[in-house]
Design a protein around this ligand. Structure first.
Ligand code: AMP
Ligand code: MG
Length: 388
């Protein structure tokens, strides 16, 4: 049995083989850069107008309108003192432009432009290089590409980027009692939900389960299911069959497949029977079958490792402390991850903390960490992992 910190450290200390690929801009959301990106040119690359209005030369209240420049126009106009041109947002400002005035603040009489007030030098002009200078570091290796990141990469004219490949993930659920949603349920059976929850949790953070299998509590079947999955995966996630019951075959089946245990059992609640192992460069998490345990273990242990394998600078769920909105006592002898809800910057521990209970999990947006045999008072700061 290891502590939570030891388990996290064992996971984090694994040496992982990062693979890279070249991906199109359209298809790189959530991937992590495997290279730094520097600005290939100044951004903006030319002085341009921030408004629809007039580009002005000199500081006056009356100007002579001598032409027009629209966005994308390439013509080179050079203004003289007292002259103005009609200009539109994003259009290149003519040489010698002192300022741009928005069209709402002027009146036009023939070719005469009359301003309500004198302009200020430089107003409404977006300067060449004011956002980024050529050669400036824009993104560091490991940056997890966001929608705005995609926008910025595109605006730098970059069509394809080098990213780390995301891990290939397979899911195996075990249990004789499990049937698929949609089928009629017999006496003693329960619907298999973990594979859906775990696959969805992966998707939620940009990872995809390549394959899902449901296997009965049959040693040989589990063993061969694991063998087959290990041929293609980077990470195999199993659910159920990892406790100490007579039908819990997962650990032995992993051993017989040559998977080496990195830890088994974590001093925590829920999720004590959590197992982590490796075979060459493939990794295995065997999560307890109780729905709340398996999802908690995914968030706390599997997710940070998926980010690690994807070369991301993300470390897992965000960790923040919030004052608790009520007194609470953790009477258990193990540190606990409790289903919790953050409301108005306060954390509330929800009812229905049983490992098998998924309803409170569906209503939560956080896991609150509270040490074993600890009483906390309303207003005490509680460390929380934010799920959404
Ligand atoms: P186990 O870890 O196999 O002992 O399972 C613990 C509890 O979780 C049992 O009540 C199982 O019926 C339940 N369980 C196991 N696997 C699943 C699953 N895939 N979906 C929903 N419940 C499950
Ligand atoms: Mg079972």
């Amino acid at each position: 049995m290891v502590t939570i910190e030891e388990a996290l450290k064992i996971i984090q200390d694994q040496s992982v083989n990062l693979k890279t690929e070249n991906r199109h801009l359209e298809d790189c959301l959530g991937f992590s850069l495997s290279e730094n990106i520097t600005a290939p040119f100044d951004m903006p690359s030319f002085d341009n107008s921030a408004m629809d209005g007039y580009a002005l030369c000199g500081i006056y209240k009356v100007y002579k309108i001598v032409g027009e420049v629209a966005a994308g126009d390439m013509s080179e106009i050079a203004l003289k003192e007292g002259e103005a041109v009609r200009i539109f947002t994003g259009a290149k400002t003519p040489e010698k432009t002192t300022a741009v005035i928005m069209q709402e603040k002027v009146s036009v009489h023939g070719d005469k432009l009359i301003l309500e007030t004198e302009p200020k030098e430089g107003q409404c002009i977006r300067r060449k290089g004011e956002e980024l200078k050529e050669g400036q570091l824009v993104f560091e290796k490991g940056y997890s590409i966001s929608p705005a990141g995609i926008g910025l990469i595109g605006s730098l004219g970059i069509e394809k980027v080098e990213v780390f490949k995301k891990p290939v993930i397979n899911l195996i659920t075990t249990g004789n009692e499990l049937i698929q949603p949609g089928k009629p349920k017999g006496e003693g059976q329960i619907y298999e939900s973990n594979s859906y929850a775990l696959a969805a949790a992966c998707e939620n953070f940009g990872f995809h389960c390549q394959d899902k299998k449901q296997i009965e509590d049959d040693f040989e079947a589990i063993k061969s299911g694991i063998k087959e999955s290990l041929e293609t995966v980077d990470v195999l996630i199993l659910s159920g069959g990892i406790s100490v019951g007579d039908y819990d075959f997962v650990k032995q089946a992993l051993e017989e497949n040559g998977v080496e245990e990195q830890f088994y059992k974590v001093f925590q609640k829920p999720g004590k029977p959590l197992y982590f192992g490796k075979k060459e460069d493939k990794f295995v998490f065997a999560l307890p079958g109780n729905p709340a345990s398996s999802l908690s273990c995914f968030y706390v242990y599997v997710l940070p490792f998926l980010f690690q394998l994807g070369g991301s600078d993300k470390k897992g769920l965000g960790r923040y402390s919030f004052p608790i909105s009520h007194d609470f006592e953790n009477r258990g002898d193990r540190p606990s991850f409790l289903k919790a809800k953050i409301n108005d910057s306060h954390v509330e521990i929800l009812n229905g903390q049983g490992s098998s209970m998924i309803q409170s999990m569906a209503l939560e947006n956080a896991l609150a960490y509270i040490d074993a045999e600890t009483s906390v008072k309303k207003g005490d700061l509680i460390e929380c992992l934010l799920i959404s």
